[in-house]
Design a protein around this ligand. Structure first.
Ligand SMILES: Cc1cc2nc3c(=O)[nH]c(=O)nc-3n(C[C@H](O)[C@H](O)[C@H](O)COP(=O)(O)O)c2cc1C
Length: 392
């Protein structure tokens, strides 16, 4: 049955992540919205990422005292109040003014890690200074110019980042047809898309008026002066992605990076095993939010096998399609130690800036807490036994 949907424009009234999504839809110009919500090609994997949750069923216990519930987990030897972190997302400044800082501050307020993208629109140092006390992780693309890569790694170390998250599933760029329709070339919008922007005066006021079109600030310093504009920085990045990387680069990163190393974009059990052998501290079981290979498996489909093979040899994180507290509890029950959120918190960001992200996180916190209670358990570690065997 089609249920009534909240149609308020006020993000504070949203009671689900999907309602924040609906507000984001109204606020953003088409090119930014499609960049946020879209998947590669026919979006088969985008749908699969959501459908995977429906195949998993809970078997709750009854008559067990659930008056005190603990939602905390331990990641890299430190406690987190919730089993979630914010995933790296590039160009967050397109969704709200200083979007990366808004995400980082909201994460710090909820005592969860924020992962900043290499292609964020604020410098990593600005986020480190602006979200003091937060757990700051830095995502890395391995660029052909290893000097640039190493300089970013050194800056992340100097800024105190706790973990480096190497993304390995974008060495060949996914086919995102929306980008091809909106852009003449990387960073340069089609005239029709520019005109459509004019229908979003509030977005123009919030995003464009303060600083103009957001740029990839982390890589600006590596560009010749004349190249430092949004079009050139995007073109530079596309051409710098290194498709030749192998496990050798993991060994190299272990030498140059002093703290926790996480590899994002793992879907195969053997790859997970090799990464554990290679000394990675964590993996993110991920298909990049269905933005790369259309038709690939959903992370939730492969998580149980990876968890079985890896156990606690490294921290198993997972992302892709998480929009509900029940989704998060299912992942923890199937062996993940932590869930990363991409679009869920970005919908909050687009709907209401930093407060919108906090609103998204409080919706999920409440949903996780309710799910644990309804399952008849008092902690996340007990959820494993409450999933129907063979339902995944
Ligand atoms: C708008 C957007 C930008 C993204 N940019 C990056 C990025 O720069 N680096 C990266 O490793 N992953 C990036 N991702 C993928 C996310 O880190 C994450 O894997 C994905 O969003 C999880 O799926 P979900 O959005 O359904 O939660 C991006 C995702 C989105 C939606």
């Amino acid at each position: 049955m089609q249920r009534r949907f909240h149609s308020s424009r006020d993000f504070r009234k949203a009671i689900t992540i999907e309602e924040l999504h609906a507000i984001a839809r109204r606020r953003l110009p088409a090119f930014a919205l499609e960049y946020l919500e879209g998947g590669a090609e026919d979006e088969v994997t985008l749908r699969r990422n959501r459908q995977a949750f429906e195949r998993i069923a809970f078997v709750p216990r009854t008559l067990s005292d659930v008056s005190k519930r603990d939602l905390s987990v331990e990641v890299f030897g430190k406690k987190l109040s919730l089993p979630i972190a914010i995933a790296p997302t590039g160009s967050s400044g397109l969704f709200a003014h200083r979007g990366d800082l808004a995400l980082a501050r909201a994460a710090a307020a909820f005592d969860i890690p924020f992962t900043q993208s290499t292609v964020s629109t604020l410098k990593l140092e600005a986020v480190a200074e602006g979200a003091v006390g937060g757990r700051h992780w830095m995502q890395l693309y391995m660029l052909k110019d290893r000097g640039v890569t190493e300089a970013i790694v050194a800056r992340a170390a100097a800024a105190g980042c706790e973990a480096l998250v190497l993304t390995t599933d974008t060495v060949v760029f996914g086919n995102r047809e929306w980008d091809r329709r909106h852009y003449v070339r990387p960073g340069k919008l089609e005239l029709s898309s520019k005109l459509e922007v004019l229908r979003h005066p509030r977005w123009i006021w919030d995003v464009l008026v303060p600083n103009g079109v957001p740029v990839f600030e982390n890589i600006l310093e590596f560009m010749p002066e004349k190249n430092a504009n949004p079009v050139r920085t995007r073109a530079f990045l596309v051409q710098q992605m290194d498709p030749s990387i192998t496990f050798k680069e993991i060994a190299w990163l272990k030498r140059v990076w002093p703290r926790k190393l996480v590899v994002k974009g793992v879907l195969d059990v053997e790859d997970a095993r090799r990464l554990a052998d290679a000394g990675a501290d964590g993996i993110v079981v991920s298909n990049h939010g269905a933005r790369q290979l259309d038709g690939s498996v959903s992370p939730m489909d492969v998580l149980p096998k990876i968890a079985e093979a890896i156990g606690s040899r490294l921290c198993i994180m997972v992302d892709g399609g998480f929009r509900r507290g029940t989704d998060i509890v299912k992942a923890i029950g199937l062996g993940a130690h932590l869930v990363l959120l991409g679009r869920a918190t970005l919908y909050g960001l687009a709907a209401g800036g930093e407060e919108g992200v906090k609103h998204a996180l409080s919706i999920l916190r409440e949903e996780i807490d309710r799910t644990v209670g309804l399952l008849g358990v008092t902690s996340l570690s007990e959820c494993a036994g409450r999933l129907r065997p063979g339902s995944y």
